[in-house]
Structure formats: structure tokens, C-alpha cells
Unconditional design. Structure first.
Length: 234
């Protein structure tokens, strides 16, 4: 369904990620790991169309979408939940969801909203609240829900658990498993390596913008090179 092939991206003369290849199948989770500054967020933003693609291909349904405008990528089924949530704080929860579904007819709104509320029941009690008045965990739920309003087939989530309480992290990961069951492909950037490995099917580790380990999540824990050299887990 979706792949990136030998992708390099960056800002002007600065190359943030270099020669990265990934394939993400429907109903799977791929964890993109690595230290801060390794190029993970830049790669996601490049796939979404917000950071310049310097070389390589971004392929969806056998078509190269790497030069398409961001809005067209969304129409093709690609969505992103960015780092820091970036909800529209001056809008209500419901209006944030409407913004997320703006590419679709308004007649789809109720069905899509109800799907999001079933995933995150806490938001149903806060539909008329300003998003800026939500807790950090509720804003993360809203950010994921807003991305889902575009009816994606592949969703990218940047730093799912950053700054969240353990119970909220559990709820967010439960939502990922539901989305996986519903057939979405998921690309997850996560600093919580243990949680990412427990949830993911596949893993790619970046360091200084380059792929330094790639394989199945089940194999990662048993690979001493992955465990000790790249992530320092013992």
C-alpha cells in the first residue's frame, strides 16, 4: 500500500534524513526510532509534504506522490498527527474535528465524528470545550481524532506518548490497536522504546539521518546490536 524508496529530505542545504526506505502494509504498525535529532520528524513531515524531498520516491498504491501538494496526499489517504499535537486551541473540540474532515462532504461528518468518539469516549464529553482547555492527554486524543477525520488509510503519529501520564498512554496505544485491526497502516515515532517495540510489527532505527537497524520488532529485542549499541536498553 505505501512505501518510501531511498528517500532523502531536508531544509535547504541541510539533509535531515538520507536514503531511507520503508514499506508499510495495511493493518501493521512500523516504529521509527532513534535519538533526538536523528531525522525522524523530518522524514514524517517530508512524507506529508511539509519538508522538501531531495531524492527518492514516496509511493502509494503504486503511484509516486512525492511531488504532490499536501492536500492531494491527504485525499489519497495519508494523514499525520504531528509532534506537539498542534490542535487549534481557539476552536472547540468539535470544530477541530470538522477541520480534520474538511476534504470530505459535510454529510460524512457525523459518521466520522462518531468513529472518533467511539475510539476516544472522553472527547464526547468535551465537544463544546475549547481545545486549549483540554489536558495534554485529551489534546493528543483530539490530534489523532482530527487526523482520522480525513479517512486515511495510512496515518503517521509523531511522539505519541511524549509528556503523557501512563494511563493516557495506555488509552492511546489501545486506539492504535483498534486502528490496526481496522486495517490502517501506522508509522509511529516514539521515544518510549519499550512501548513501541511491544506494539510494532516492524522497526526502523535512524541515527544522524541514516538507517542503522531495520527489521521485525520481535527480532529487535533479541539483537544485541540493536539493544546495546543503538538504544542502550539492558
Amino acid at each position: 500500500m505505501f512505501s518510501i524508496e531511498n528517500v532523502s529530505c531536508g531544509y535547504g542545504a541541510f539533509v535531515a534524513a538520507r536514503d531511507v526506505s520503508l514499506e508499510i502494509l495495511p493493518g501493521t504498525i512500523t516504529a521509527l526510532l532513534g535519538p533526538n535529532g536523528s531525522g525522524k520528524s523530518s522524514l514524517l513531515m517530508c512524507i506529508a509534504g511539509h519538508v522538501s524531498l531531495l531524492q527518492g520516491r514516496i509511493v502509494m498504491d503504486d503511484q509516486d506522490i512525492g511531488l504532490l501538494p499536501t492536500a492531494e496526499r491527504v485525499r489519497r489517504g495519508l494523514a499525520i498527527c504531528p509532534e506537539g499535537r498542534r490542535v487549534f486551541k481557539e476552536l472547540t473540540v468539535e470544530d477541530n474535528l470538522k477541520v480534520g474532515g474538511v476534504i470530505h462532504p459535510l454529510t460524512y461528518f457525523r459518521e466520522d465524528r462518531d468513529y472518533v468518539l467511539a475510539l476516544f469516549p472522553r472527547l464526547s464529553e468535551r465537544l463544546n470545550l475549547l481545545a486549549g482547555n483540554l489536558s495534554g492527554g485529551e489534546q493528543q486524543m483530539l490530534a489523532i481524532g482530527r487526523a482520522l477525520m480525513a479517512r486515511p488509510r495510512m496515518i503517521m503519529i509523531d511522539e505519541l506518548s511524549l509528556g503523557l501520564m501512563p494511563k493516557v498512554i495506555d488509552l492511546c496505544y489501545e486506539s492504535l490497536f483498534r486502528l490496526k485491526k481496522d486495517g490502517l497502516g501506522i508509522l509511529l515515532v516514539e521515544q518510549n522504546t519499550d512501548r513501541a517495540l511491544s506494539a510494532a510489527d516492524d522497526v526502523c532505527v535512524l541515527e544522524s539521518g541514516r538507517t542503522v537497524w531495520q527489521g521485525k520488532a520481535a527480532a529487535a529485542r533479541g539483537d544485541s546490536r540493536f539493544v546495546e549499541v543503538f538504544l542502550g536498553i539492558h
